[in-house]
Design a protein around this ligand. Structure first.
Ligand SMILES: [Zn+2]
Length: 327
């Protein structure tokens, strides 16, 4: 199909959505929000510069954005898989699946996991003229408005608009922290509610840190990533943001839940040689997890580029202010 903006606005308003499950509430007009959420996620990635070519990969980042939207629903579906809308969007007249070499595209398959989707498909593409329209902000925002207004009730629309802004703003904030673009202060300013600005900042810092550490915990080295876009690591500040308002990646590390808690509690720290320090308190208390002891004196995992290594000044602060030197 070769279409104008008006035709695509109409296509976006007529996406085939599943209404068979009795569980969809009035918030999503009693229909599945998966396809609209996927399209909103893609629009966010185009707006923030993460998607620049007409080749939509089922990437970790895209699944993560999709899950941010799913999490807005009150009883959100923790098992929601992006594979479903990604594959079934083929019933629309603007979406084409791209099979892997040697695989053929077949309609009506049952693909229920991202793993399976990635085994069979490289990704998908929009109609060429739609992708061109999506490069233009005014067209993209009109298409976004149709998705929000058609598939969601007025009660949840403001939350979805806000999430779109947080998704775009946090990615631009992350690009700024990584030095790939100027920090876009505009999103922080436009995020007029303080809570919203904090989310842009938090998620932006998280995106930058998780990318630098490739989902690996700096202290114990664990790396766990589900195919649906969930990771074991948090982005941790070494000196808390409340102390010095410093989001630079050199004031952060990716840490798994246990290491994050242990670091914040002062049970672990890092010495001047970038080796792990474990507090004597861990040895004394039989209730504290003993396997932390095995990490003592091991080098931490650092980003490839030394300019992003955690700053020794930040570790000096942590050793002085947080680390439990005695039991
Ligand atoms: Zn860890």
């Amino acid at each position: 199909m070769c279409g104008t903006l008006d035709q695509y606005l109409s296509s976006f308003a007529r996406i085939r959505v599943d209404r068979s499950r009795g569980s969809w509430t009035a918030l999503t007009n009693r229909a599945s929000p998966y396809k609209p959420f996927l399209l909103l996620s893609i629009l966010d990635h185009i707006a923030s510069g993460q998607i620049t070519k007409n080749f939509i990969e089922p990437s970790f980042e895209l699944t993560e954005t999709f899950q941010e939207y799913i999490a807005l629903l009150p009883h959100n579906d923790r098992k929601a898989s992006m594979s479903y809308p990604f594959y079934h969007l083929e019933s629309s007249d603007f979406w084409e699946m791209i099979p892997r070499f040697g695989e053929e595209h077949r309609k009506g398959r049952s693909i229920s996991s991202m793993k399976r989707l990635r085994e069979l498909y490289l990704g998908a593409r929009f109609n060429k003229d739609l992708f061109m329209l999506l490069q233009m902000e005014h067209a993209r925002e009109k298409l976004r408005a149709v998705l929000v207004q058609t598939y969601f009730s007025p009660a949840i629309q403001p939350t979805i608009w806000q999430q779109s802004m947080i998704n775009c703003g946090s990615t631009k904030y992350a690009f700024g922290l990584l030095g790939t673009s100027e920090v876009d202060a505009g999103y922080l300013l436009r995020a007029n509610a303080a809570e919203c600005a904090a989310k842009v900042r938090d998620q932006g810092f998280r995106k930058a840190i998780v990318r630098l550490y490739a989902h690996r915990c700096a202290l114990c080295g664990i790396k766990m990533l589900t195919s649906e876009g969930r990771t074991v690591v948090d982005a941790a500040h070494i000196i808390p943001f409340s102390e010095n308002r410093n989001d630079h990646p050199t004031n952060g590390m990716a840490l798994c839940k246990l290491c994050h808690w242990s670091f914040d509690e002062g049970l672990m720290s890092v010495d001047t040689h970038y080796d792990v320090m474990v507090s004597p308190a861990v040895k004394k208390d039989p209730n504290l997890p003993g396997h932390i002891l095995t990490l003592s004196d091991r080098p931490i995992f650092r980003p490839t580029e030394s300019r992003f290594w955690p700053a020794q000044e930040s570790f000096a602060w942590h050793r002085k202010q947080r680390f439990r030197k005695r039991d």
